[in-house]
Every structure is written in structure tokens, then in C-alpha cells.
Ligand binder design. Structure first.
Ligand SMILES: *[C@@H]1O[C@H](CO)[C@@H](O)[C@H](O)[C@H]1NC(C)=O
Length: 406
């Protein structure tokens, strides 16, 4: 056996083990059938309605159909179930597209993954979830991609800032969680953030803490500079800040009895030097900043399975929107980052340019219509002005007639 064929065999064996699986996929390409796959929560009676549409502009009217939020200032809560899966020893990839075609001011654009035991009809904002991922916009201050994991019963937010897209086009959001406890966030199939789960979330207490037994010695001198002991204040330094104006003269008509004793106004002393400060020199006793020694944190225990969830079974849209119109589409949950990238290319990648083209041409038409309207308005106004001039002429005539009569 050649080295090459052995290598090829090793690769194919590896790829059998790393079998690519799609746990969930939703493209909304079969009309109303999505209603049998998505369950609207009944926890509240006034949740906003999701409708199926490709929106005002799109790349492909069928393929770009997705769930759109259709009512302003509402909570939305719908979810879809898939066969329960664990991500043990495998990557977990969550991907979907979001299009804020309404030019969103404030609202969520994220998904939540839930454990398989979620009661979908009772799903609500406080339902325990496994992770929350996707864009969240509120005013100019909040434009971020949330990546929140539930770890040992508590939700932990990522401690990095990931900016989301805030335009009106469709964007692809991807989260990859790896069994080596690393992660990657992609936006439009490009990496925007990555790192270690342990470092970028505070799931675990810190590895090291300041030694509680260590204390800065009393004689530790942290002052970098000191007053120069040889610098002495000059004797002529202390003069008053303000002095009586030497040029002022008592007015001739000043009456001491009536006006009181005359005093010249005060002016700034040109010799005034301000507060005296000695020159600064390097402190010969300076020891540098004292660094608190660290010790291993007795409360810290490494967890090689931070990434791991035993039973993932429901994907949900559980969010609030002020201005509705967001379209969610192209949901994919898989163990294969490469496959997700391919699917992203085939879906978002294929329709993004035609989508932009349609929007551009709509805007061009709007612009033409506005221009035509403005021209019409201007012409109408000019006609009106002419009519008015005619009327004024007639009035003058009557006036002159009247004069004639006088
Ligand atoms: C996706 O598309 C990008 C840009 O065209 C390309 O570089 C990349 O290789 C594609 N990925 C896959 C997995 O096909």
C-alpha cells in the first residue's frame, strides 16, 4: 500500500466518523405547510402574527419567502421541533437569515434553541433556553449580535461586542460551537468573531485570583516623581494677585462726605506668579507599581464540556418588535460548518444581489415618481400665478374706472 492510498483511507475513515448531519432545516418553500411545523405559543393572548412572505423586494419570490413579523409593538413567540440531538463530540452550527426590510428602529432578530422538553404552547420570554443567537437592535445605542448560553442554569452573555447589520437587506448569521470549546460567529459567511468559550463568557470563576494573604508592604514607594528638595521658593515670589490700579485717579467731583472714601479699582498684578511649586525629580526610592501576586483560584474547576448540551430539540423565535416587518428564513442546524457555508452560499449568497437590484430599481422608480410629481406641482402653481395676475389686472381697471367717475 502506498503512503498516498493509506492517507486517503485514513481521510475516508475520518469522514465516516464525522458524518454530516442536518438536524433541522426550514426554507418555507411549501406554502402554508409551515403552519404544521411551527407552533405559536399560547402563553399570552396577544402575540403578534407571523406571515409568510418574501417581502417588498427580494431575489427570488419563492425562495425568499420566510416568516415576517406583521404587527407593530408586539411580542412574537413561535417555535419548531426537531428530533432531539446532543452536540457531544461534534460541532454545532446554527444558521439563519434576517431581513429588517422595515428599516427597524427597535426589535429582536434572534433565535433561541431549547431543550427537547420545552412545552411549545407555553413558550415565553422566561422559558429556559440553551442558547440565544442573532441580531438585536434598539435605537442607535444597541446594534449587536447576541450570543448567550445557558450554563448550569444561568444565562451568560458574551463579553465581546459583535455589531450586527442594521440595513434593510437579508443577512446570514451563523454560530459554530466546537467540541474543543471554541466558537465562531459568521456574518454573511465571513468570520466576525471567534475564540474560546471559557475566555469570552464568564461561565467559570477566574482561574487565578489575587492572593488574599499578600499585602503591599508599608514602605513600598509607588511615587514615580517627588518634589526636588533643593528647589526653594524665591523670596520675591509672593506678591498679591490683584493691586489697586496705579493709573486710577480720584475723580474731580468726588465728595468724600457724600461718596465715602475714594478707593482705586483693583487690577491684576503684572508681577503675580501664581502658586509656587517645586520642580519634580525622579524618586530615588521608587520601586515601581506594586503588583498583587496571584494564586490559583480554589473555586475554579476546569470544565472540558462547556460546549455540550445533552438534548437540543426546539428552535424558537421569541422576541419583541416595535416596528414589524422582519423576515426570518433559511434556518439550518447541523454538525457540519462546511455544509452550512455551502447552504449559505446557495441561499443567501444566490439571492442577495438580485434582492439589492430589485430594491435599487424600486428606489429609482420612487425617485422618478417624486420628480414627476414635483414637476406637476410646479406647473400647476405657475398656472395659478398667471390666473392671479389676470385678476389683479381686472381690479386695477375697475379702480381707474371708479376714479374716472369721480
Ligand atoms: C462560498 O462562497 C464564497 C464566495 O463566493 C467562496 O469563497 C467559498 O468557498 C464558498 N464556500 C463553499 C463551502 O462553497
Amino acid at each position: 500500500m502506498t503512503t498516498l492510498s493509506m492517507l486517503l483511507m485514513a481521510i475516508s475513515v475520518a469522514s465516516i466518523f464525522a458524518e454530516s448531519s442536518i438536524y433541522f432545516r426550514e426554507q418555507f418553500e411549501d406554502g402554508d405547510a409551515w403552519k404544521s411545523r411551527w407552533v405559536e405559543s399560547k402563553h399570552k393572548s396577544d402575540y403578534g402574527k407571523f406571515v409568510l412572505t418574501a417581502g417588498k423586494f427580494y431575489g427570488d419570490v419563492e425562495k425568499d419567502k420566510g416568516l415576517q413579523t406583521s404587527q407593530d409593538a408586539r411580542f412574537y413567540s413561535a417555535s419548531s421541533r426537531f428530533e432531539s440531538v446532543s452536540n457531544k463530540d461534534q460541532p454545532l452550527v446554527i444558521q439563519f437569515t434576517v431581513k429588517h426590510e422595515q428599516n427597524i428602529d427597535c426589535g429582536g432578530g434572534y433565535i433561541k434553541l431549547f431543550p427537547a422538553d420545552l412545552n411549545q404552547e407555553e413558550m415565553h420570554g422566561d422559558s429556559t433556553y440553551i442558547m440565544m443567537f442573532g441580531p438585536d437592535i434598539c435605537g442607535p445605542g444597541t446594534k449587536k449580535v447576541h450570543v448567550i448560553f445557558n450554563y448550569r442554569g444561568k444565562n451568560h452573555l458574551i463579553n465581546k461586542d459583535i455589531r450586527c447589520k442594521d440595513d434593510e437587506y437579508t443577512h446570514l448569521y451563523t454560530l459554530i460551537v466546537n467540541p474543543d470549546n471554541t466558537y465562531e460567529v459568521k456574518l454573511d459567511n465571513k468570520k466576525v468573531e471567534s475564540g474560546s468559550l471559557e475566555e469570552d463568557w464568564d461561565f467559570l470563576p477566574p482561574k487565578k485570583i489575587k492572593d488574599p494573604d499578600a499585602e503591599k508592604p508599608d514602605d513600598w514607594d509607588e511615587k514615580e516623581n517627588i518634589d526636588d528638595p533643593e528647589d526653594i521658593k524665591p523670596e520675591d515670589w509672593d506678591v498679591a494677585e490683584n493691586i489697586p490700579d496705579p493709573d486710577a485717579k480720584k475723580p474731580d467731583d468726588w465728595d468724600d462726605e457724600m461718596d465715602g472714601e475714594w478707593e482705586p479699582p483693583m487690577v491684576t498684578n503684572p508681577d503675580y506668579k501664581g502658586e509656587w511649586k517645586p520642580k519634580q525629580i525622579d524618586n530615588p526610592a521608587y520601586k515601581g507599581k506594586w503588583v498583587h501576586p496571584e494564586i490559583d483560584n480554589p473555586d475554579y474547576t476546569a470544565d472540558p464540556e462547556i460546549y455540550q448540551y445533552a438534548s437540543i430539540g426546539v428552535i424558537g423565535l421569541d422576541l419583541w418588535q416595535v416596528k414589524s416587518g422582519t423576515i426570518f428564513d433559511n434556518f439550518l442546524i447541523t454538525n457540519d460548518p462546511k455544509l452550512a457555508e455551502e447552504v449559505g452560499n446557495e441561499t443567501w449568497g444566490a439571492t442577495k444581489d438580485p434582492e439589492k437590484k430589485m430594491k435599487d430599481s424600486q428606489e429609482e422608480e420612487e425617485r422618478k415618481k417624486r420628480e414627476a410629481e414635483e414637476t406637476n406641482k410646479k406647473e400647476a402653481k405657475e398656472d395659478e400665478d398667471e390666473d392671479e395676475e389676470d385678476e389683479e389686472g381686472e381690479e386695477e381697471e375697475t379702480d381707474s374706472k371708479h376714479k374716472d367717475e369721480l
